[in-house]
Design a binder for this molecule. Structure first.
Ligand SMILES: [Zn+2]
Ligand SMILES: [Zn+2]
Length: 227
């Protein structure tokens, strides 16, 4: 007797094309690929492992249009020159971060890696519109470094090393860090919508709603020290 053929319903694999995380380098830095509907893609913080990033771009058929840096520390910029050259794309960062990016002593690559010097151009909202990301917004988040930024696109919030999941706060014990500025930046983050998904520079993601209490405690504690 012939058995009835079983109908196997194939569940489509859901790949969120709008943001992809690639963990790179010795410090497990998060490199993010932020794509629009046309698959034009911003490469955010390609810290190392350029070939790994390229193979992900190829796999997802993405079209890189620019590199965008949340800040200038060496663990976020190791593959920048390689990728800028490969895809012939510009590099953008906050204007206050451009000196650090160019200087291996300031970005610490001279201490912990091969010297890295990146020449970036200052980012603006107009550039993001020209690149096809009219919904992306830059939020200035100085403190961990002088020209740190975050990127907000729809419900995505890429925070660099300013804040992390599980109440993590960026380091301010480093040269060119400033705790008072970091507190002000975190106060800005506290005013952002609760439903943003936090994509930090290291570690997994979280929902901002879950993190706000810990961030507010940090601010209150540090503010009491300044008084
Ligand atoms: Zn950093
Ligand atoms: Zn980092």
């Amino acid at each position: 007797m012939e058995s009835k053929a079983r109908i196997v319903r194939k569940i489509p694999e859901i790949v969120p094309y709008d943001i992809t995380r690639i963990i790179v380098g010795e410090l497990d830095t998060n490199c993010y690929l932020l794509s629009n509907d046309e698959k034009s893609t911003l490469l955010i913080d390609p810290g190392a492992d350029g070939c790994k990033i390229v193979s992900k771009i190829d796999e997802l058929l993405l079209k890189p249009v620019a590199i965008l840096l949340t800040h200038g520390h060496y663990d976020h910029i190791g593959a920048v020159n390689f990728l800028a050259e490969k895809f012939k794309i510009p590099i953008y960062a906050h204007h206050d971060e451009i000196e650090m990016l160019a200087n291996p002593d300031m970005n610490f690559s001279s201490m912990f890696a091969d010297n890295i010097s990146v020449s970036a151009e200052p980012i603006s909202q107009n550039i993001l519109i020209e690149l096809g990301f009219p919904e992306s917004k830059i939020i200035d988040l100085p403190g961990h470094t002088k020209g740190g930024i975050g990127i907000i696109d729809r419900n995505i919030f890429i925070s660099g090393d300013t804040v992390f999941a599980n109440g993590g706060i960026g380091r301010t014990d480093l040269p060119y860090s400033n705790v008072k500025m970091l507190v002000q930046s975190i106060e800005k983050i506290l005013k952002l919508p609760d439903n943003l998904i936090l994509y930090p520079g290291h570690g997994g993601r979280s929902i901002l709603r879950q993190e706000k209490q810990a961030f507010a405690c940090f601010c209150a504690l540090r503010l009491s020290e300044f008084r």
